[in-house]
Design a protein around this ligand. Structure first.
Ligand code: SF4
Ligand code: SF4
Length: 312
């Protein structure tokens, strides 16, 4: 009987690359997420104020302001123009950072909800749940617009009262309460029972906003080794946005670059890089300007190694 991609998921990578090679980006992400939460908690609990505040707005070493662009956008929509210069500087710092590394890196490396949705995806695979409600990925952009309209109509940051990211993060810092528990359970069950990668890849307006600042980022996932692809489909199983993979696997090179995975949508989670025993994918620093998407049928070969630096 044929072995399904789920049944053999990760086994080839483990054999070919060893444990660290097969999980390195996942391990680094979990460490990063834990360290960020830990630095926020260290202040209230131990008086060590490396990060003061929360994800919406914080101070690094009580000196460098950082302001969440999504919250700032809502402030602008709500007509709250009485902000300080430090707020603008804080937004600029955060925007510049994510514009450089990719907006949705926030989703995979910082957002606490990511752990919940990753856990739901893992549980889905273990339980063999394959059915999924059809929700358009564009829904999140409509919801982003709706959040801004509500802010404009109410003059308030209304969405922040129900934003799962803010609720979960706040309660992780100051103690998990009923609201945080309910939100976490709701998102987990939604992703587990209703829609595969339902919340982050279809609904979350915050993720939608971060995708808008990811298109020109320097750090991208490319497929320099796609000629080695044996169609095992394991990357499709682990990618939270699997629809972005086919173009990177099926297209040829252009202007010295291998195909680039859709930079707006890719969360830079690195799971496709880890899970592939053939090392088809890699994080790349595209330093020669914006990489163009290649057209189907263009040649692939050794010359594609020119023009980009492989970073993993
Ligand atoms: S899509 Fe939203 S909830 Fe999901 S990881 Fe990104 S910001 Fe967090
Ligand atoms: S393409 Fe790779 S790095 Fe990007 S979201 Fe999918 S699995 Fe993660």
């Amino acid at each position: 009987m044929a072995v399904t991609p789920i049944e053999r998921l990760g086994k080839d990578a483990l054999q070919a690359k060893g444990f660290f090679g097969a999980y390195k980006w996942l391990i680094l992400r979990r460490i990063t997420q834990a360290v960020i939460i830990g630095l926020f908690i260290a202040g209230p609990i131990g008086g060590m104020w490396v990060l003061k505040g929360n994800l919406a707005g914080s101070w690094l070493f009580e000196t460098v302001p950082m302001v969440e662009p999504f919250v700032f956008l809502q402030m602008l929509a709500a007509g709250m123009f009485g902000f300080l210069t430090t707020t603008v500087v804080g937004v600029a710092i955060v925007l510049a950072f994510y514009a450089l590394i990719g907006g949705r890196a926030y989703c995979a490396w910082v957002c606490p909800v990511n752990v919940i949705t990753d856990a739901a995806a893992w549980t889905r695979r273990k339980l063999g749940i394959t059915q999924s409600a059809k929700i358009s990925p564009q829904t999140r952009f409509w919801l982003l617009g709706a959040v801004l309209v509500v802010a404009a109509l109410t003059g308030q940051l209304a969405y922040e009262l129900v934003n799962p990211v803010s609720i979960v993060h706040r309660e992780l810092i100051y103690g998990m309460g009923v609201a945080g528990g309910l939100v976490a359970a709701g998102i987990f069950l939604f992703d587990l029972l209703i829609a595969r990668h339902g919340w982050c890849s279809h609904v979350c307006p915050m993720g939608a906003m971060y995708s808008l600042i990811g298109a020109v980022a320097t750090v991208k996932v490319t497929s320099p080794n796609r000629v080695q692809c044996d169609d095992c489909m394991e990357c499709f199983e682990v990618c939270p946005e699997p629809k972005i993979l086919p173009p990177a696997l099926k297209q040829g090179m252009r202007q010295g670059h291998p195909p680039v995975v859709d930079a707006m949508t890719c969360t830079r989670c690195g799971r496709c890089v880890d899970i592939c025993s053939k090392d088809v994918f890699a994080f790349s620093l595209l330093t020669l300007g914006k990489a163009k998407r290649a057209e189907p049928g263009e040649s692939v070969g050794k010359e594609e190694e020119r023009g980009f630096k492989k970073a993993s």
